[in-house]
Design a protein around this ligand. Sequence first.
Ligand code: SF4
Ligand code: SF4
Length: 194
Amino acid sequence: MRWLSGIRKAFHNDGGKDRQESGTANDHRQRRVHIPHDENEAAHAGEPPSKDAIIEAACYYTCSKVCYGVKGQAAQCCAIGERDFIIGPIDDTERFLKDLSSKLGRAVEYADVFMDFEEGSKLFPEKKLWQDPENYPCMRIVDDASIGYPCQFLDQNMKCMVHSIKPDVCRRYLCPYLREIVDQLEYKLDPPDE
Ligand code: SF4
Ligand code: SF4
């Protein structure tokens, strides 16, 4: 520790008198030696983050940087790709439309954002999940196979452009990979009583 050797030197220059041994705990105001902060002190000060905050940060990190365990991959569940996958059902359509309209400063129509069974089932006749009315309404996707049929709110950097107001289904969704991470963290951060 560099600061400790600095203090020792200062004591040595003061005739070798060790003030820490001759004073009381209240004498700190009389110290001539300024004790610099340990570089790591700030990191250890205050309350530790909550379990929920740690899990939320781990989810955000995983989905943005190591989606499904692939380094540099992000937001794979915001696009359909080639698999049988659907972003629905959306159960807070009204809330989302209201928040989106207020974010954009103009009225946004239901059909601009969501797809119903009638339309979606024709788009992917070979995909089972798209043939189940229970999965609707779903998020409208960009009908372009060359870019993997992404949600229209996914930007080119694989970030959600409506992150703060995104539908609940997006907020709640945990793929099996992320589910495992969350389960492990839940267990490790809050182990069962012995
Ligand atoms: S939930 Fe899973 S698939 Fe979706 S972004 Fe996160 S890690 Fe990727
Ligand atoms: S709204 Fe955002 S989180 Fe939900 S599917 Fe679209 S890009 Fe992904």
